[in-house]
Design a protein around this ligand. Structure first.
Ligand code: AMP
Length: 191
């Protein structure tokens, strides 16, 4: 099992690069943001709850998010490995993920962190708003809130993996192909 965390701030390119990595390595992609959005679309109870946080740029509470992630992973029993995108976003989520995987005799092989300057993130998210249809991309105040939440609550998650010797920073600026090349080389270097 090759389980990878693809990490980085909003707009770092996690979704785009996940699609390439799935094609190339055969991972199952688990994006908590995508799962929340599909629940919002389906007007489920979980979707209605998540929406109240997402539209403000806040994190959905850990308990709800962790349960949803575990249910989604359990639904893919035969997976050769997962690429976790947008999860874990808090240290409590990282600890829960370790425990969950440990219960299955698995672990995280590495965290690959896309590094992108904040100014570039704002430009990318504003551009993505033109096509994503995402309310949280359209409002500069919500974008700023998401970046602040990332810096305060999510960036510390890197330390969790650094302390396990599993953290790899990857430059997230350049063409999509260049970034994919860097990520693939980093994955091949994991053992
Ligand atoms: P994303 O698609 O990863 O940018 O996530 C969009 C929004 O979904 C975030 O701003 C949060 O409100 C919510 N979300 C996604 N993943 C998580 C998570 N792991 N923990 C808490 N909230 C999350």
């Amino acid at each position: 099992m090759q389980n990878i965390v693809l990490f980085g701030p909003p707009g770092a390119g996690k979704g785009t690069q996940s699609a390439f990595l799935v094609d190339h390595f055969g991972f199952v992609h688990l994006s908590t943001g995508d799962i929340f959005r599909s629940n919002i679309k389906g007007d489920t109870e979980l979707g209605r709850l998540a929406k109240t946080y997402m539209e403000k740029g806040q994190l959905v509470p850990d308990e709800v998010t962790i349960r949803m992630l575990e249910d989604s992973a359990n639904a893919h029993q035969g997976a050769i490995g997962f690429i976790f995108d947008g999860f874990p976003r808090t240290t409590a989520q990282a600890e829960a993920l370790d425990q969950f995987l440990e219960g299955k005799g698995q672990s995280i092989l590495g965290m690959l962190a896309l590094e992108v300057p904040e100014e570039e993130l704002r430009t990318r998210l504003a551009k993505r708003a033109e096509t994503s249809g995402r309310a949280d991309d359209a409002d500069p105040k919500v974008i700023q809130k998401r970046i602040d939440v990332y810096n305060e609550e999510t960036a510390p998650v890197a330390k969790h993996y650094q302390s396990q010797g599993k953290y790899k920073g990857v430059q997230g600026v350049g063409s999509m192909e260049e970034i994919f090349g860097r990520l693939s080389a980093a994955i091949e270097g994991l053992s």
